[in-house]
Design a protein around this ligand. Structure first.
Ligand code: ADP
Ligand code: MG
Length: 709
């Protein structure tokens, strides 16, 4: 087929898939509204609305073998049926017998008279429903039933029935009929877009067959699970394929553009390292070699630096910045919050104190005269290293010779913001730092467009932070412990949750009131500070400075301190309402202590309503200090959206795939995408014409992939 016809065909099929569900028999405006509330608007939505599970009605189970908790299909004769009057309610009960045993069918509501008439004693029925055991007898409440005709056949009971997530106001049977009709219309328009000629393409069902099999399995019996799994895998593979294709294309696009080949002479780097009281760890050296190799290339670096809390990323960032500076360029470090920008500003200024390097910090809180002076310095090239929030690189700030941008992202910038960055005219090298070790499956999605460097080693001499999970009733003892540590000359953080903006005021008040309480009642005589995101920049800065200088013994705060704060003298981290935080986030918070030579402690205070599960979840932190394990656990418990904040991540939501369960498929998809681009670089040769259109649809312009085509 010619490329144009191919694309035209793709467009026509896409139109069919975008047909509203109202075009399907049985879907009026009312039902359409109910479906829409569940995200079901078009034929395409119906395709992606997969069953939660299946009932294999081709294999009725002997009543004697039914077990509580399962949903079973059974077959038997009605022995008796009648309404029983209990103290409060009337219940319709029928006794079913299949020769192996008996079960009681029960209805607590419904048209009893009609049911009794349609299920006379002696009638043979097939049915299914959730099995319970009550006083040693099997029961099925509100079963789905059909009476067998003379031929012993019942429509709907010789097949596998998909069980979908409930749509309010639409009966499950009606929903199944709607989805079946939608599928009939949609499937002819479903194409196989993953090129068939790619080597290593697994042998999976065609897309239309896969959708059909996943929704309405062709056969029941022992092969059912495997067949449905293979069909689902085909769908997931396709979905992941387009994700990976997009990410790789983006990566390729970056690599293809001209960049700056830096020529560091290590004059500044050596001066810095010689002045440090310690030497770089092996891991820091290794990632610096990787970074240097990229920076010396004449194409833009686009690299992710991943390292656990306290692994020394800041120092790596500074060395990279100095390599840019000694090559005659400027470097910029961007942090996700103003507080973190300030913190980085101090750290870097201090480290550069004896070097001929001009460091400037620019945030929205920078006073106007300073601001103007700094902007001038950036434009003239007098400022070598600029530290700030991402506003630094936006809004008309101009650099004389920007060679390196470092994004300390710690999960807070999304792929989208990052995309904006690379579009900056100068095509600087870009280094993204992230603290939480990201499970491999996730990094391939969120950071699939970046090369990866990992610091997998902590500086020597770190003792693990002793971590305990306690109940609120133990707070008295926790505060006493804080007092003891302060008496030893140490400092403590007490953190309160700030969940999201709508709750911000309430939570800020909590932190604020707690700070007052601590000052007046709990820690009289101690210096108690307060820090939260709503404070004026100058006030925040003053508190941070006081804390860094050791003048504040207790710092009450929100998660603003989650990342980057570096006060080596702090040894106690108390997190109240710890259950409201993600594990990875708690791990970050914990990383704020144990940064000096002193033994350090983290106390996670679980709210009074935390159940067993919540408690166990927090215990993960007490058991391990390995950020990677914690991140995996967090991902398993909370799901990827929570871990990354889907809203920010700029990732398309997965329709079908689950990056946790489908990790191996993700890898396959990546290999196939890579192979595709090897055969059709940039998707520009016309070899796979429909892919460009499909890709653009899937991403809908996100990630500025729209460059394609
Ligand atoms: P990260 O940003 O990765 O969480 P930091 O860069 O803040 O970690 O480093 C944590 C602490 O470890 C800092 O106080 C830093 O000075 C120190 N540090 C960094 N590298 C080394 C090293 N090679 N040896 C000893 N201490 C180090
Ligand atoms: Mg850091």
């Amino acid at each position: 087929m010619s490329g144009a016809a191919d694309r035209e065909g793709y467009r026509r099929r896409r139109e069919v898939l975008h047909t509203p569900l109202t075009a399907v028999r049985g879907v009026g405006t009312k039902v359409a509204e109910r479906l829409a509330r569940k995200g079901l608007r078009t034929l395409d939505d119906a395709l992606a609305f997969l069953p939660l599970r299946y009932e294999d009605r081709t294999r009725p189970r002997p009543l004697s073998a039914l077990a509580a908790g399962e949903t079973a299909t059974f077959r038997g004769r009605i022995r008796s049926i009648g309404v029983q009057a209990y103290r409060r309610r009337r219940v319709l009960e029928a006794v079913l017998d299949d020769g192996t045993g008996r079960a009681t069918l029960k209805w607590f509501r419904g048209n009893f008279a009609w049911l009794q008439k349609s299920l006379p004693a002696g009638a043979e029925v097939v049915g299914s429903g959730p099995v319970r055991v009550f006083q040693g007898r099997c029961e099925v409440h509100h079963p789905e039933l059909e009476v067998l005709g003379d031929g012993g056949q019942a429509e709907g009971f010789d097949r596998v029935v998909p069980i979908y997530s409930e749509v309010e106001g639409v009966h499950p049977r009606a929903l199944r009929r709607i989805l079946a009709a939608a599928l009939d219309r949609a499937l002819p328009a479903v194409a196989d877009l993953v090129p068939a000629d790619l080597p290593g393409r697994p042998d999976l069902p065609a897309m239309a067959d896969a959708y059909r099999e996943v929704h309405f399995p062709s056969r029941g019996g022992p092969g059912l699970d495997a067949r449905v799994a293979a069909a689902r895998r085909a769908l997931v593979l396709e979905e992941f394929y387009f994700l990976q294709l997009g990410l790789l294309l983006k990566k390729e696009g970056v690599a293809l553009r001209d960049g700056i080949a830096l020529r560091p002479d290590f004059r500044l780097v050596r001066a810095l390292l010689d002045g440090l009281p310690f030497s770089l760890t092996g891991a820091q050296r290794r990632v610096l070699r990787e970074i240097r190799r990229d920076m010396e290339q004449p194409r833009p670096m686009h690299r992710l630096l991943q390292g656990d809390v306290g692994s020394g990323k800041t120092l790596v960032a500074l060395v990279a910045a100095l390599m840019a500076v000694e090559s005659g360029y400027q470097a910029a470090l961007m942090a996700p919050t103003e507080i973190l920008a300030e913190q980085h500003g101090w750290t870097l200024s201090a480290l550069c104190r004896d070097l001929p390097v001009d460091v400037a910090v620019l945030t929205s809180g920078t006073p106007r005269p300073d601001r103007e002076r700094i902007l001038e310095g950036l434009a003239s090239g007098a400022v070598h290293l600029a530290v700030g929030t991402h506003a630094l690189i936006q809004e008309g700030v101009s650099f004389a010779r920007l060679g390196l941008v470092i994004v300390d992202e710690q999960h807070r910038f999304g792929v989208l913001q990052r995309a904006g960055l690379v579009e900056k005219g100068a095509r600087p090298d870009v280094l993204v730092m992230t603290a939480t070790p990201i499970p491999r499956s996730l990094s391939m999605t969120v950071y699939g467009d970046l090369d990866l460097s990992v610091i997998d080693e902590l500086p020597p001499g770190r003792t693990p932070v002793a971590t305990r999970v306690v109940r609120e009733k133990d707070l008295g003892r926790v505060y006493a412990f804080v007092r003891d540590q302060v008496a030893l000359g140490r400092q403590a953080y007490l953190v309160y949750p700030l969940v999201d903006d709508s709750e911000a005021l309430e939570d800020l008040r909590a932190a604020t009131t707690m700070a007052d309480r601590f000052r007046d009642e709990v820690f009289p005589g101690l210096e108690v500070g307060l820090l939260h995101g709503r404070m004026r920049a100058a006030d925040k800065e003053a508190v941070m400075a006081a804390s860094a200088a050791g003048r504040l013994q207790v710092l009450v705060c929100t998660t603003v301190i989650e990342v980057g704060i570096d006060v080596p003298n702090a040894t106690v981290m108390v997190v109240e309402h710890a259950e409201r935080f993600g594990l990875a986030q708690l791990h970050q918070l914990r990383g704020r202590v144990g940064r000096g030579g002193h033994r350090s402690y983290c106390v996670l205070v679980a709210g009074s309503r935390v159940g067993r599960d919540g408690w166990e979840r927090l215990r993960v932190l007490a058991r391990t200090g390995d950020g990677f394990r914690i991140a995996e656990e967090d991902l398993r418990i909370r799901g990827p959206g929570d871990l990354l904040g889907t809203r920010q991540s700029g990732l398309p939501d997965f329709r079908i795939g689950n990056i946790l369960r489908d990790g191996p498929v993700l890898q396959q998809a990546r290999d196939l995408a890579r192979e595709t681009l090897a055969r059709d670089p940039g998707l520009a040769t016309g070899r796979y014409p429909a892919l460009r259109d499909a890709l653009r649809d899937r991403w809908q312009g996100r990630l500025q992939l729209a460059r394609v085509g």
